[in-house]
Structures are given as structure tokens and as C-alpha cells.
Design a protein around this ligand. Sequence first.
Ligand code: DP6
Length: 382
Amino acid sequence: MRSITVKAPVNIAVIKYWGKSDEKLIIPINDSLSGTLSTDDLYAMTTVAVSESFKGDRMWLNGDETDIVANKRLVNCLEQIRARSRLADSKYHIRICSRNNFPTAAGLASSAAGYACLVYALGTLFGIDDRRELSILARMGSGSAIRSIYGGFVQWIAGDKSDNSIAEQVVDHKYWPEMRVVILVVNDKEKETGSTSGMQNSVQTSPLISLRANTVVPQRMKDITEAIKKRDFHQFAMITMRDSNQFHAICQDTWPPIRYMNDISWEIVRLVHSFNDFYARNRVAYTFDAGPNACLYLLDEALPEFFTLIGQHFTTDQGAEYVRGQLPPAKTNISADLTAYVGSRGNKVHHNALKYVINTKVGDGPLVVEGESLLNDTGLPK
Ligand code: DP6
């Protein structure tokens, strides 16, 4: 038996991927760009083992066995990897055991981290080490997984066929080391519309989506890449917030309309704008994916003050477990002027509106974990 264990990151888009031109090959209608989050705080971990003595392929996800054959994308992904691998004609079978260190209920992009992890692990085991090829394979599992193959800020170039729809690193995670990410996990019981079917409906029914894909995103990709390279946070934040808002506008323009953000999400938007307006420059940027949770990008200079503000407006009955990830910054004084301004903009106190807060940062891509395995010597979960 040969095996390998890998950790792979979550990524959060600042220019959103929404809509495919080819459903089977997962070719998007527009380029997109994301920050990769540090695996110190959030990760998918996967052990892959191969042996000729295994009877059939098996997979376990977060402790439960899952039916590989029932998952068309997974089957496709495995077939592609087998076809490209040096072990292509040997009679081995695969065992996959995967888990996330964050609850799937957090509504984070678990499929992106999961597929990036699987592909990176299998690729490493089977001698596919070209990142471009790995990114294409990850895309077969879930579009956004393509960007989790690299660290730092990463773009997905839409392309128009399978071998030119690829991810590329814009800058690595050390380029802008002050960049922090705070995720506000909103308490929410509603079942969301999945991204796959949601974006399919948008492509079919939203007249606005082609304006976004053909005109708005190409310009934003240029502008945000420049902002990142210049480390211009004000500009970076402006584009990030406006792109999130446009993505949710497309959702509302879809028929029947899709609603991902809820009232608490909008209260977070209000707080961010109040804070930025007070300083007359963007010091925090929000972005929302296909759910109500807010992902905030900010520089470490703004972290203590904004974190304190979040604590004042989103109070909790929880104790220390309310903030996960990196240790929260020490509480700082909020000036009377800022408090008055934020109050005058209608910001209220919301009790227990957040499940928890994740304090993290932009980080590196997937990595091989030495000396740890989720499978035992016979290829069964430990
Ligand atoms: C809103 O990658 O989950 O997070 O390719 O169908 O698996 P499939 O969709 P998925 O969509 C992610 C959409 C998004 C925006 C983004 O990550 O760019």
C-alpha cells in the first residue's frame, strides 16, 4: 500500500465565478479571482491510499462512507487522474478518507478545499506534479476548487476549452502579509440554493449576467490585479464589495429570484460602510458567497478597532469559543466620535446573531503532511 496525506485551503473569491458556458467540462463564463485562506486555521485533510490488494474503490467523508459511483463529478475526476497517471494500467484500487477541520454547516466553500485536497493528494501519489494540470483536474470536481491549488491571490482564467481554463497565482501569500480575513458565520437555518443549480438558473434567465461576464468582470479583473500588485487596499476593497453586490444582484435578477444574504448579512454591510465612511476610505471589505456569511478582508492595522466594533454590535452568550482561528486582537478603545457616527447610521446591537467568528489570513496552497494519516495499514479509517 502506498499512501499520502495532504491539507488544502479554502478560498474566498473577490471577483466571483457565477455561471458556466460548459456544464460538463466546468468552463466558466467569466474570469474570477480569490484569496487563499491559511491552512493554519481552515483546511480539508485527505489521505489517499492505493494498493492492488484493495477490493474496489472506497471513500469516507467526515467520518461517513460515501458512494463514489453516485457522484458523477468525483467519478470523472478519478478517471481523468487515472488516465494521466504513470500507474494508468496497473490494477490498483483507491481508498480516500477526507475531513474538514471546520463544520460543513459553516457554509464555507468546503467542496473547493475538498476537491483541491483530493486532486493534490492523488496527483502527488501518481506523479502528476504540474500545478496547471492539477488545477484543471480540481476544476473537474468543483469550479472554485481550481483556485485552491495555489496560495496567495489566485486568478481563474475562464478560457474556452478544458486545457485553457486554468488557475494562475497573481501574488503569493507573502506579497501582502498584512492582509487579514475575518469570517462572520451567521446563525441561519434556511436551506440555501446550491451554487451549481443557482448559477445554471442565472445563466438561463438573467439578462444582466452577460453584461457582467462580457463587460464588467474583464475591467474589474484588470483593476483588482493592479490594486493587489500595488497593495492599494482602498481600491481592492472597493472592487471586492462592488463585485459581491453585483453577484447578489444577478441572483435577484434570476427567475425565480435567489436570495443568499439575509437581514443580518445586510446589518454587517451597514456596519462596514459606516466604518469606512467615518474614515473616508475603505479599511474593511465585505464579500458574500452563496450564503449569508460575511467574509471580511482587512489589513492588520484595522483589525483591533474593527474587531472591537464587531464585538460591540454582535454580542454573544458564548465564551472564548466565539472566536476561532488566530487569537483575537486585544480590545481597543472606540472613539466617542466613531461610536456616535456608527449609531447615527442606524447600526443596532444584535444578540446571538452570529454562530461564531473565524479570525484568519491569506495563506499558502496545499501541502503534504508528513507522519499523519487518516487511514490505517489496511486502508480503513482510523
Ligand atoms: C459563489 O465552485 O461551488 O462561491 O463549479 O458548480 O461546483 P460548481 O460551483 P462552485 O461555485 C462557487 C460560487 C461562489 C463564487 C466563487 O467561489 O467564485
